[in-house]
Design a protein around this ligand. Structure first.
Ligand code: FES
Length: 253
């Protein structure tokens, strides 16, 4: 990991309160799907960095795509960054998704809300490796939906919205059941509740869950991000440095 002043190649809103930020810099050569970076907010008043997940990586262009939701003063300040601006980035951080092709030859990606981005680069890598990729994306409402067409380039995509304003009304599990999707090998990221329900409904599924957690240091020093391990007496895991990606069954979702 390193700190680098990367530069903004493009920056735009892609859904309600959701922005896509493309940065260029040497750090890209170290990035892997599922990792995240800690980005310094362009404001002297805000010292804490913001953890942003990596949605896409282009080694050829040395660019990475970060997607974030504006949900406070820090991300609001980030949203003001213009093309060409320098952004201080610390990373890449955490452990990403293992990239071996799943034994079934099929991968079911399950993303909820702002948990969707890290699944995109993973899906691209799996698809390039010949894996059949199917994606289920869950959002609150049509205005929040993003990257549906990007995932459609990788394989079949099913979108659900809680209010039924786009795709299937309900939650990701409704689409999984409705379309009888193969849940042998799953990769998921999204709200804890969503992942708990999926894990509970499909206890035999193999795969990985990427946790979203409030973070402080991002490097395992402050314990702001701990979660319990499932094994009794095994203590806790640090989402930022032991994760954010964990094999299913390793930590309490
Ligand atoms: Fe500090 Fe994880 S954010 S230990």
């Amino acid at each position: 990991m390193q700190t680098e002043n990367m530069h903004v190649v493009s920056h735009k809103a892609i859904a309600k309160d959701t922005y896509e930020l493309v940065l260029i810099g040497a750090m890209v050569s170290q990035m892997a799907p599922g990792q995240f970076v800690h980005v310094k907010v362009p404001s002297e008043a805000m010292l804490l960095r913001r953890p942003l997940s990596i949605a896409a990586i282009s080694q050829d262009e040395t660019t990475c795509t970060l997607i974030y939701r504006v949900d406070g003063a820090g991300t609001k300040a980030l949203a003001t960054l213009n093309e060409g601006a320098a952004v201080n980035v610390f990373g890449p951080l955490g452990s990403g998704f293992p990239l071996e092709a799943p034994s079934s030859g099929e991968a079911l990606l399950i993303g909820g809300g702002i948990g969707v981005p890290p699944l995109y680069e993973l899906g691209r890598r799996l698809r390039a490796d010949g894996v059949k990729v199917t994606t289920v994306l869950g959002f609150a409402t049509a205005e929040a939906v993003f990257y549906e067409s990007e995932f459609a380039e990788l394989g079949q995509v099913y979108v659900t919205t809680e209010d039924g304003s786009h795709g299937t009304k309900g939650f990701v599990t409704h689409a999984i059941e409705m379309h009888a999707l193969n849940v042998e090998d799953i990769y998921m990221c999204g709200p804890r509740r969503m992942m708990q329900v999926v894990e509970g409904l499909y206890p035999k599924a193999r795969g990985y869950a990427s946790l979203e957690e409030r973070m402080g240091c991002g490097i395992g020093a402050c314990l702001a991000c701990v979660c319990d391990r499932q094994e009794k007496g095994a203590g806790y895991a640090k989402v930022c440095s032991d994760g954010p990606v964990f094999p299913l069954g390793e930590v309490v979702l």
